[in-house]
Write a protein that binds this ligand. Structure first.
Ligand code: LLP
Length: 423
């Protein structure tokens, strides 16, 4: 594991003392382990490879869009790197800037704009995952005008409930995502005849932070039935994008059964000749990152003991938004005489939702450092400057060396692009 306790240095991350990083770069800071990232990509690839599957990996850039992270994933765990699942012009540009070929990208999202579609098409995007009949018509018109052919997979909404939280479930009929299952066959036949479109297959994504292969199996089963019946009519279908959504243990210790998932996919696909794609985000990067914070103050009231950090919901919004419970561990030596006791860990932002949760921890004095775990996905990307709090620094530990990969935002950069009229 990347995090280890060291008698003299306290908590280390890839053998680098976190106290040393805090001393050099300050807090709050995001810290990533390149080794963990490479290992997870390799593990993902070998889990499929050992049973004879080689799905294309299209990392969901929304989970962590830092160029250094994208670059590491592109380089790969064992030679073949990951491509990208992008969802905006900005994500497309970031992935391209990190050296990911447009052909190794899929473009997802319910609201692709005309200019975004045109640019991705001109660059040679590998696949559009199309979410509606309206979008299909839009892409056909843009491609025809540009004299190009857009490779298109239809994203099916299989009407399956899955996902760790209501706000991150995407595969129910009531969600805005995808094409309803019962409309998908007709729309595929239509797509196959449309100018500017090359219909290549189907995609799905049923939600995020899912632990059981069962909802995936139910969704894939429905889509494979659809594929079979279309192919029986003579349709050409080569692509099946299985989506992402694989869960990671936060503080509950449940891990995603990757081997069982891969075996299920293999069993379902059988001898069909389909090019498979997966779009994992969280599973690859969450465990590779932590948020390092310092205790600013402790405060005791009749209701609770509060431990106030210098990191808040503007940095990591997941607890406020999804009631997520990230593990929190002390970085420095703990007072053996002080038994763990419940404390409310909160941030400095002026909202009651700026709260990481209730934790049993030894007394943490002002100045003590803590590591907030599994913060590599949907962490820095979702941060804001609310309460005019600058964006935290980002550090990547690679081959034993910490590298500053994003400087702490200087205070005056908070308004450098603002304009006072008539000033
Ligand atoms: N593919 C598509 C089309 C997606 O919309 C997503 C995530 C993924 C792949 C990757 O899902 P993952 O493997 O990371 O579960 N901000 C939330 C998560 C939102 C996920 C949105 N879509 C959180 O912090 O939990």
């Amino acid at each position: 594991p990347a995090l280890r306790w060291h008698a003299q240095d306290g908590l280390t991350f890839d053998d680098v003392p976190l106290a040393a990083i805090a001393a050099e770069h300050g807090t709050p800071s995001w810290i990533y382990s390149a080794a963990t990232l490479r290992n997870r990509l390799t593990l993902l690839q070998t889990t499929f490879a050992t049973i004879g599957l080689t799905p294309a990996i299209r990392f969901a850039v929304k989970a962590n869009d830092h160029l250094a992270i994208l670059n590491l994933l592109r380089q790969g765990g064992n030679g073949v790197g990951a491509g990208a699942d992008v969802t905006s012009a900005g994500e497309f540009a970031r992935a391209a800037a990190a050296g990911i070929a447009p052909a190794a990208m899929v473009y997802s999202g319910v609201g692709k704009r005309e200019d975004e579609i045109a640019a991705a098409l001109a660059a040679g995007i590998g696949q559009f995952n199309v979410e509606s009949a309206e979008e299909l018509a839009m892409i056909s018109a843009i491609a025809t005008a540009a004299n190009r052919i857009a490779p298109v997979a239809l994203r099916v909404n299989p009407d399956i409930a899955a996902g760790g939280h209501d706000k991150i479930s995407t595969g129910r009929a009531t969600d805005k995502f995808g094409i309803p299952l019962h409309q998908a066959a007709a729309l595929y036949r239509h797509a196959a005849r449309l100018p500017g479109i090359r219909a290549i297959g189907f995609s799905t994504h049923i939600g995020s932070q899912i632990f059981s292969p069962t909802p995936f199996e139910a969704a894939y089963h429905r889509i494979l039935d659809l594929i079979d019946s279309l192919m029986a009519e003579g349709a050409t279908i080569t692509a099946f994008d299985l989506g992402g959504g694989f869960g990671i243990p936060y503080d509950d210790g449940i891990a995603f059964p990757l081997g069982a998932y891969a075996a299920m996919v293999k069993r379902l696909i059988g001898d069909r000749a389909l090019d498979l794609t997966i779009e994992p985000g969280r599973w690859l990067v969450a465990p590779a990152g932590i948020l390092l914070a310092r205790v600013t103050l402790t405060k005791a009231t009749e209701a609770a003991d509060f431990t106030i950090l210098d990191a808040g919901m503007n940095d990591l919004i997941r607890p406020a938004l999804y009631d997520a419970n990230h593990g929190i561990v002390p970085v420095g030596a703990i007072d053996a005489a002080s038994p763990p006791r419940p404390t409310e860990i909160v941030g400095p932002v002026c909202e009651s939702s700026d709260r990481f949760g209730r934790y049993d921890l030894p007394a943490l004095k002002p100045g003590a450092l803590v590591a907030i775990l599994d913060a590599g996905a949907y962490g820095a990307v979702m941060s804001s400057t609310y309460n005019a709090r600058p964006r935290a620094a980002q550090i990547l530990i690679d081959r034993g060396q910490p590298h500053l990969i994003r400087m702490r935002q200087p205070i005056d950069q908070l308004w450098h692009d603002e304009i006072i009229p008539h000033a």
